[in-house]
Each structure stands twice: as C-alpha cells, then as structure tokens.
Design a binder for this molecule. Structure first.
Ligand code: COA
Length: 203
C-alpha cells in the first residue's frame, strides 16, 4: 500500500464509523417511534437503516417485527390523481431479511411467524391494465389496479420471491427461492418456480 492510499484509508475510517453510527441511531429512533405508536415494547420493533417507509400510519404492527437494512414499504393513499385506502397488517414475529419491498394501496396481511428471505417483493397492485383502451397511456399515469394479498401464519418466503396481487398463501407453506406466486397456494404446501407450482404438501 503506497503512502497516499494509506492516508486515504486512514481518513475514510472516521467517516465510515460515523455513517454506521448514524444509520444505527436512525434505525433505533424510527423503531422506537413505531413501537410507541403501536403500544409495543421498544424491543418489539427492530428496523435497521437504511429503510424507506411511506405511509407508516397505514401499517398495523401487532408484535415483534424485525427488518435487516434495505426495507421498503410503500403504502400509497394517493397516486396519479386517484385516492387509495391502504392497510398493511403485520402479525407477530415477522422477519424480513435484506431489501424486502412491500407495496400496498388496498390490503396486505402478513400473519404471525412469517419469515422472508432477502429481496422479497409483496405487492397488491399493478400499474393499470394491459388493454387496447389503455395501450397508449403511459404506465405511470394509469389508475392502479389492486387485489388484496394474504400471507397466512408461519409461511417462509425464500430469497427473491415475488408475491403478486390477489394471492393468498396458506399457513405453514414454503415458497422456494426465485418463485413468482401468481395463484393461491393451499396451506402446508411447498411451491417453487415461475409461476409458482405446488410440488409437495403435508397434512
Ligand atoms: C423450496 C426449498 C425449501 C426446497 O427444499 P427441499 O425440501 O430440500 O427440496 P429439494 O431440494 O429436495 O427439492 C425438491 C424439488 O424441487 C426443486 N426445487 C427446489 N427448490 C427450488 C426452487 N427454489 N426453484 C425451483 N425448483 C426448486 C428441486 O430441484 C427438486 O426437484 P426434483 O425433484 O425434480 O429434483 C428450497 O429449495 C428453497 O428454495 N429454499 C429457499 C432458500 C432461501 O431462499 N434461503 C434464504 C433465506 S431465508
């Protein structure tokens, strides 16, 4: 390592330490605010920074919730001139790994003991319809279309799983890594692939 690199390295260390410290503090403050509002203990909410949460007033926390860095929750009550009524219910003991994204304009419910791998997407809406009437309207300007999503208790969503609007995933199920869930999955099923298909079930 030449002398300039060494100086550069030494100068960058305090900045890195400060960045990490501020991130940690930001996560703690936000988590405490959420816990207070939901009348939970401050230990019940652990959201690590960086995070992006829009519409936190539409989120119902009911117990322990943990997210690793990169959480993105969008609860839109207004988009492209239209009003929406989002409701996101989070059960007890829900864990999101890194960079999970939950988008809500209508209803998403996530049951108790749901575990998500990293980069999971759960959304209850689409950017308009793929129809002749709408074909020349920019996608970002079309009215959003929504169907509720329900993820029942004790479901495990593997890495990169996408859960599409209108889907219910039955309790005790596991969805394999990289699956795109476009149809309902019955309770106690293992589903994999694009679109996700049930490959195993238990009683
Ligand atoms: C779905 C999963 C739980 C199945 O594990 P398992 O019970 O050990 O099952 P197997 O490995 O015996 O696989 C059963 C079949 O499904 C296939 N399969 C397994 N996972 C798959 C996946 N994610 N996508 C597509 N097919 C998959 C296997 O190839 C196998 O098919 P075959 O019988 O034709 O050979 C696991 O493969 C998985 O995806 N886990 C998620 C891991 C993860 O994301 N971890 C990080 C997160 S918290």
């Amino acid at each position: 390592m030449n002398i300039f690199r060494k100086i550069d390295y030494l100068l960058s260390q305090p900045m890195l330490w400060l960045r990490r410290h501020l991130d940690k503090r930001q996560g703690e403050l936000f988590s405490r605010k959420i816990a207070d509002k939901a009348k939970l203990s401050s230990k019940d909410i652990r959201i690590a920074a960086p995070f992006y949460v829009k519409g936190k007033e539409y989120i119902q926390f009911s117990g322990f919730f943990q997210s690793h860095p990169g959480l993105r929750i969008d609860c839109f009550d207004y988009y492209a001139g239209h009003q929406y009524h989002p409701h996101l219910y989070l059960g007890k003991n829900v864990i999101c790994n890194y960079h999970c994204h939950i988008g809500v304009i209508n209803e998403v419910t996530i049951g108790d003991n749901v575990l998500m791998g990293s980069r999971v997407l759960i959304t209850d809406h689409q950017h308009g319809q793929f129809t002749e009437e709408q074909r020349d309207i920019p996608w970002a300007e079309r009215a959003l279309i929504s169907k509720p999503v329900h993820i029942e208790d004790n479901v495990w969503l593997g890495e990169n799983v996408c859960v599409m609007p209108g889907v219910t995933i039955g309790k005790g199920s596991v969805i394999g890594a990289n699956a795109v869930v476009t149809h309902n999955i019955p309770p106690y099923s293992m589903a994999v692939g694009v679109p996700a298909r049930v490959i195993k079930s238990i009683k």
